[in-house]
Design a protein around this ligand. Structure first.
Ligand code: NAP
Length: 355
């Protein structure tokens, strides 16, 4: 038997550390304690959930609570506004990129104690402490972040939300978040946004997710909901296809979690990476997500024709390049991209959150 400890950023059950033999009368299961290895430590916080899973059932999922989060009357929206934000507490801040990554990207877990519920794909606003230099006496402006966890949070109890943030200079908010310590207070607003909500009406649907950098945040939430959590009313059995663009291998975000899904759900998950500073596109330039889209354009267009949802999250600057690529591919296929895009928007298949 194996014991899954869904803690830390991955909460995944990929890396294994042997513990003493546990024997059961009926089967000779191998005794493994599965840990999150990306964080390279067993950082069990007080909210950690321990769940048992059979080794044979590598697809076993984590129990979540409280299940009332599945059945709100409507999408949670703007429960806290900038004038009266909610004061939450930092649980952890963890650097999640390797030494060769240009810049520092952090995974930040925030405790809202169940008071700021949200759905996958929504955002929180963060108001960093201090005075707004442009408006003396007033607080800083709200900075929006896509939430990188499911509604149950990384500890599966509905009390936390996780953010993924790259430290930028002189970014007041990103520095505040990435330098925060457990126990620090953080003012949050929201949740906000409906564009990136995961449509769940058809569990067999296809979801094509395009991300640059920390734009991967909402997809981590979707994928945990699809593949990691045991959610009573969403039994995903469609196709999730993630395209992630980052600078180099050391900059990959949540890679271990995603690679784990590839192993456990090869029929339901595809994962393509564009490493701009490590790989070249066919013209000899930087490998960007749009180059990967071009590579798989036939398949992508077929999936879109069959009703797939496509999502874009990350750098605003990626959209012109992506649109050019899709337009070129459409024309090569004798189709009008403008018409196709209008149709995709009308059918609510096209979801964009870039800034
Ligand atoms: P980044 O590290 O600057 O870039 C990620 C990757 O995108 C790199 O490989 C970069 O390549 C590539 N890239 C640069 N320009 C591109 C273009 N025109 N087309 C396609 N790929 C391009 O990204 P980041 O710092 O993580 O920033 C992500 C962005 O997402 C920020 O603008 C942020 O505001 C936004 N965003 C964040 C969230 C969130 O929740 N954190 C949510 C939504 C949006 P090179 O650098 O090698 O050129």
């Amino acid at each position: 038997m194996s014991i899954a400890l869904p803690t830390g950023i991955d909460g995944s059950s990929r890396s294994m550390i042997k513990v003493q033999s546990i024997s059961f009368t009926e089967k000779s299961w191998s005794p493994l304690l599965r840990l999150d290895s990306k964080s390279r430590s067993l950082s069990v916080n007080k909210r950690s959930t321990i769940c048992m899973s059979l080794q044979q059932a590598s697809r076993s999922k984590v129990a979540v609570t409280p299940l009332e989060l599945e059945y709100p009357k409507e999408t949670p929206l703007n429960l806290y506004r900038p004038k009266e934000p909610y004061t939450a507490t930092i649980v952890s801040v963890e650097r999640i990129v390797g030494p060769q990554a240009p810049g520092e990207t952090c995974h930040i877990v925030i405790d809202h104690d169940g008071n700021v519920p949200y759905w996958e794909g929504q955002s929180y606003g963060v108001i960093p402490p201090g005075e707004n230099p442009k408006k003396p006496g007033a607080p800083h402006n709200v900075r929006l972040y896509s939430i990188a966890s499911t509604r149950y949070g990384d500890s599966f109890d509905g009390k936390t939300a996780s953010l993924c943030e790259k430290k930028i200079l002189p970014g007041v908010c990103s520095n505040f978040l990435c330098n925060a310590k457990p126990g620090d207070k953080v003012k949050i607003t929201g949740p906000s946004g409906k564009v990136m909500l995961l449509p769940e009406d058809d569990p067999k649907a296809t979801h094509i997710m395009i991300a640059t950098g920390t734009g991967v945040a909402p997809y981590r939430g979707y994928l945990r909901r699809m593949f990691m959590e045991n959610v009573p009313n969403f039994k995903f059995d469609g196709l999730a296809w993630l395209f992630l663009g980052v600078a180099n291998s050391d900059s990959l975000l949540y890679d271990e979690e995603f690679t784990g899904y590839l192993k456990d759900y090869p029929e339901n998950f595809k994962y393509d990476k564009a490493l701009s500073r490590e790989e070249k596109n066919k013209k000899g330039g930087k490998m960007y997500v749009q180059d990967k889209i071009e590579e798989y354009s036939d398949e992508i267009f077929k999936l879109l024709d069959n009703g797939a949802h496509i999502y874009f999250c990350g750098l605003k600057g990626m959209m012109p390049g992506i649109q050019d690529t899709l337009k070129r591919v459409a024309e090569e296929r004798g189709e009008s991209w403008e018409q196709k895009l209008t149709q995709l928007r009308k059918n609510k298949q096209w979801h964009v959150e870039v800034y």
